[in-house]
Write a protein that binds this ligand. Structure first.
Ligand SMILES: *Cc1c(COP(=O)(O)O)cnc(C)c1O
Length: 351
């Protein structure tokens, strides 16, 4: 029986006897050891944290279960979020389970098809915004300041609290924090949450060391790297297409306190990593997730010595979220044949 994030970590989360305890099966995601990319980058111990195994297919569920439980505890009836897609899918799932009126604001024409399909199917109300994610977030902030509707974006502190549990799980699996944590950075809530989790775990003496936090933005949306908001963020990785990260300060704090870095990777580097993760490791993640591995590859190409380090790359969401991008990949082989043995033998060179 999966206990879920609330039950499993209740001693470390802001829950009390009035908080409803429920789960859709979030958390307890696999930490899988790399077979091939570890050799490519010259690191003996490389792991992938498969956050795509969460119930709605991304890490957003860890924080959403707590944000929605607290909304229920407070007697809320209505939740809202702005989203590049995964927050809306997660809010729609937990909102449906709890019978809340759920409204999601997503950028028109800029949401991966699998994510929109989830919001539709879970039965959320969908507002398509003629603008980007940052525009959508601005309007939901105004909306929730004025009306009794609960905001479940990562500005909601319960989201960060729930998401920090991923750090606890990594420490449980490795027996220590890793030396490096590679993670994609969009709105920067997740890097903030991981760092909070690692620091709390160290203070509880679950780990003696803290990881260097290695955050990676997409080059066309690298606000923190450039030190200023990007008005029109562009990247193939829609989950990190954010021009003005809400948790900017949290990301900078994680970077500086951990002696880490926040850097950028190009869409080409993201797509190379996306393909490697699938074809060398058998893991189908979404392009934003691949930014973490793209960052690791970039570091190794720059000659950084990683051999004796324990490294975790967070793969934030499943590849099925973005079927259009996946289908645009060059197949190793794809062609059409009649259902005849000879024809397929010839095609496969089996003579
Ligand atoms: C939300 C999301 C991100 C970015 O996380 P932030 O907390 O916004 O930095 C990265 N990858 C995926 C798949 C996401 O859903």
């Amino acid at each position: 029986m999966i206990r879920g994030v609330l039950e499993r970590y209740k001693s470390y989360l802001p829950v009390n006897e009035k908080t409803p305890m429920f789960t859709l099966g979030e958390g307890d995601t696999p930490l899988v050891r790399s077979k091939t990319i570890s050799q490519e980058v010259g690191c003996d111990e490389l792991y992938f944290k498969l956050e795509g195994c969460n119930p709605s297919g991304s890490f957003k569920d860890r924080g959403m279960v707590l944000a929605v439980a607290k909304a229920m505890e407070e007697g809320g009836e209505s939740i809202v979020c702005a989203s590049t897609g995964n927050t809306s899918a997660s809010a729609a799932a937990y909102g449906a389970y709890c019978g809340l009126e759920t409204t999601v604001f997503v950028p028109k024409n800029n949401i991966a098809r699998g994510k929109l399909a989830q919001a539709i199917t879970y039965g959320a109300r969908i507002i398509l915004i003629d603008g980007n994610f940052d525009d959508a977030l601005k309007v939901v902030r105004e909306l929730t300041a004025k009306h009794p509707i609960i905001l479940v974006n990562s500005l909601n502190p319960y989201r960060i609290e729930g998401q920090k549990t991923a750090s606890f799980e990594i420490i449980e699996d490795l027996g220590t924090a890793p030396d490096y944590l590679f993670i994609p950075v969009g709105n920067a809530g997740n890097i903030t949450a991981y760092w909070q989790g690692f620091v709390e775990a160290r203070n509880m003496e679950w780990t003696a060391i803290l990881p260097k936090m290695m955050g990676f933005q997409a080059e066309g949306a690298a606000a923190i790297v450039r030190g200023r908001p990007i008005a029109k963020p562009e990247t193939i990785a829609s989950a990190i297409r954010v021009g003005n990260p809400a948790s900017w300060d949290g990301a900078v704090k994680a970077r500086d306190e951990s002696n880490g870095t926040i850097d950028s990777v190009t869409d080409e580097e993201i797509m190379e990593a996306y393909e490697w993760i699938a074809r060398k490791e058998g893991i189908f993640c979404e392009p934003a997730s691949a930014a973490s591995v793209a960052g690791l590859i970039k570091l190794s190409r720059n000659g950084v010595h990683l051999k004796d380090s324990k490294i975790v790359c967070v793969l934030t969401g499943t590849g099925l979220k973005d079927p259009d991008l996946a289908s645009s990949m060059e197949p190793v082989f794809m062609d059409e044949y009649p259902p005849q043995l000879e024809a397929v033998e010839r095609a496969l060179g089996l003579h």
